[in-house]
Design a protein. Structure first.
Length: 243
């Protein structure tokens, strides 16, 4: 019998927030890093999407590092270990999402006869006086991070459609293949469907809010999603810490 069959979204949310509070300096630092990374899209949309996706999944590795710091057994791993471990797979995921986005974008531009826009996907310098000198700081944040929230929604939909919510951490921490991770993840999803759907709805809703209302919280949302992915994975596929 699976002791986690009655897990609730509220349990996952509480554990996620407590997990972040346990080592706030790590997450403040990573949030600031993500905040800088996400502005790359205003130079190159392709590189921006790639960097956003990679930083999202590297965050899962950082969460593993933060978890090991407080494990009962002493751990000698450092932050660079987490980055080196998660970066190769995160790069692959970023490349896949960027390629898919380019295909959809290119097809749309071809159908609309806007062939010049295809090249702009790879390089489009937008740091001009007109864009930077906006009336309000919130407008500037919307301009800088608007695409990142759409990217996050796109990633969540792609992951849950073509793999599973648990696929990335399973491949990263248990060395599962894509198909193994998808099967193992989908098997657990049937047992935790309600909690998972509420988790996805919560993250997508927050991403929608960040596109217009709370754009400054976009980097925070990326970090929150990374930690959510690790905490939910840990609660299902790893033994809980002894109390």
């Amino acid at each position: 019998m699976n002791i986690y069959t009655k897990v609730k979204f509220s349990d996952w949310l509480r554990k996620t927030l407590l997990f972040i509070r346990r080592d706030p300096m790590v997450w403040i630092g990573y949030t600031l890093f993500v905040a800088v990374v996400l502005v790359i899209s205003r130079i190159s949309f392709a590189v921006g999407i790639f960097a956003a996706v990679a930083s999202l999944f590297v965050g899962v590795g950082v969460a593993k590092y933060a978890d090991l710091k407080y494990a009962e057994t002493e751990s000698s791993v450092g932050l660079m270990w987490a980055i080196k471990k998660s970066l190769p797979l995160a790069i692959i995921m970023g490349g896949i999402v960027t390629a898919c986005w380019f295909i959809f974008s290119a097809l749309a531009n071809i159908l609309n006869g806007q062939f010049a826009e295809i090249a702009n996907f790879f390089f489009d310098w937008q740091f001009t006086d007109k864009n930077l000198h906006r009336a309000e700081a919130r407008e500037l944040a919307i301009w800088l991070y608007g695409y990142a929230n759409i990217t996050l929604i796109f990633v969540l939909l792609m992951v849950t459609t073509f793999a599973s919510w648990y696929s990335y951490p399973l491949m990263l921490f248990k060395d599962y293949s894509w198909s193994q991770a998808k099967d193992a993840g989908n098997e657990q999803i049937t047992n935790h469907k309600e909690a998972l759907y509420k988790t996805l709805a919560f993250l997508i809703f927050e991403a929608i809010l960040c596109t217009e209302i709370t754009p400054f919280l976009t980097p925070v949302l990326y970090v929150l999603t990374s930690v959510f992915m690790f905490v939910t994975y840990k609660s299902i596929f790893e033994k809980p810490e002894a109390s």
